[in-house]
Write a new protein. Structure first.
Length: 366
């Protein structure tokens, strides 16, 4: 693998950012059209060595959980921007706190009930002798975050301990399945003007490599706002018109003075995990998580609302040292934005919530 000096890495990353090649999408359709479809492969979180991803998706209703395993341990940070988060073990990621590494991160549907999935992940890791060393036992460190999907199907079905364990069993370092899987199974977007005008969200992932350095993201999009292609400004999924046939543009409606629906805090959230093989301490990974939120702001409008629990974790597996922190943070924002776009383009319709692939196809046909 090519070795880069810090200066060479800095120069190459800046040139790539300037050229805007991280979007990994291609234009299709007639000349002048702004329709965009994803390439067959945009990379993913498992491109980072030491990362495995597994999903468990219920068949009874759209919900599930996704686990990111770091069995050798990973230095982690977190940044919570939404006003209504549901999380577990995020305080220990504070740079002033003692525990140096985590062994997994769990993203789950099911609202606060879904935090129980992390117990199954702990069980899986404990059974393999993985965890923080104490005098009497190894304690797996498993932060988690949840999203609200109880309105999609039977709310009594939600991720539990067994779901978390089974997601671990399914985990691998291979390509990550996207769309209506795991924590993205019941995700929806565009709820600012009511559920009857919303669309299907999902789970997406993307990565970028610069020399030795790999930066990747996995995002579950359950946003109250619209999802936008940052490269074209085109709305891909979100609030629909009252007849349900077209995209309405949530911000345009707000500017016209239309009143949003009566929303409850905590019922909308975008969750994600950023990973890199670049080595940083907990303070550095916290900064990368913060910068990753720029990617959410580029691809979701509006974002970080009082109704959202937007949370991004950041993990370092630490193989490459001497890398510029700011540039990795900038790349993190790029892959987060791309993962958001892929989440809705890979999603499939469920009753009451059409997917972008179906609404855009019908719109382009007109």
């Amino acid at each position: 693998m090519e070795r880069l000096t810090r200066r060479a890495f800095h120069q190459r990353a800046l040139s790539l950012l300037a050229c805007g090649i991280f979007g990994r999408v291609v234009m299709t359709g007639t000349p002048g059209s702004d329709r965009r479809e994803p390439r067959g492969a945009a990379g993913g979180l498992t491109d980072v060595p030491g990362i495995k991803v597994g999903h468990f998706t219920y068949s009874q209703r759209p919900t599930g959980c996704t686990v990111v395993l770091t069995e050798e341990g990973a230095v982690a940070g977190v940044d919570v921007r939404g006003s209504a988060p549901g999380t577990r073990e995020t305080d220990l990621l504070n740079p002033i706190h003692t525990v140096p590494k985590v062994h997994a991160v769990v993203l789950a549907g099911g609202s606060a009930f879904g935090l129980d999935a992390a117990s199954g992940v702990m069980q899986y890791l404990e059974g393999r002798g993985i965890g923080f060393e104490t005098r009497v036992a190894k304690v797996p460190i498993v932060p988690a975050a949840i999203l609200f999907d109880l309105a999609v199907g039977d709310p009594r079905i939600r991720p539990d301990r067994e779901a978390g364990y089974r997601a671990c069993v399914h985990a691998s370092a291979g390509p990550v399945e996207e769309g209506n899987v795991g924590a993205g199974a019941g995700a929806t977007v565009g709820k600012l003007f009511g559920l009857d005008r919303a669309m299907k969200g999902g789970l997406g992932t993307a990565s970028v490599r610069v020399g030795e350095v790999i930066v990747a993201a996995l995002v579950v999009v359950n946003a109250v706002g619209d999802v936008v292609d940052p490269q074209t400004g085109r709305i891909l999924a979100g609030v629909r018109t009252p007849d349900g046939k077209h995209l309405a543009d949530a911000l345009a409606l707000l500017r016209r003075g239309e009143r949003p629906a009566s929303l409850r805090p905590g019922e909308n959230t975008t969750l994600g995990v950023i990973a890199t093989n670049a080595a940083f301490d907990k303070a550095g990974m916290t900064k990368i998580a913060q910068m990753g939120h720029d990617g959410l702001a580029r691809a979701i409008r509006p974002v970080h609302m009082p109704f959202d629990g937007d949370t991004l974790f950041a993990l370092s597996t630490g193989q490459v040292r001497g890398v510029d922190l700011g540039l990795v943070g900038a790349l993190a924002a790029e892959v987060v934005a791309e993962a958001v776009v892929r989440a809705v383009l890979k999603a499939e319709s469920v009753p009451g919530y059409p997917a972008a692939r179906d609404l855009l196809r019908a719109s382009d046909a007109r």
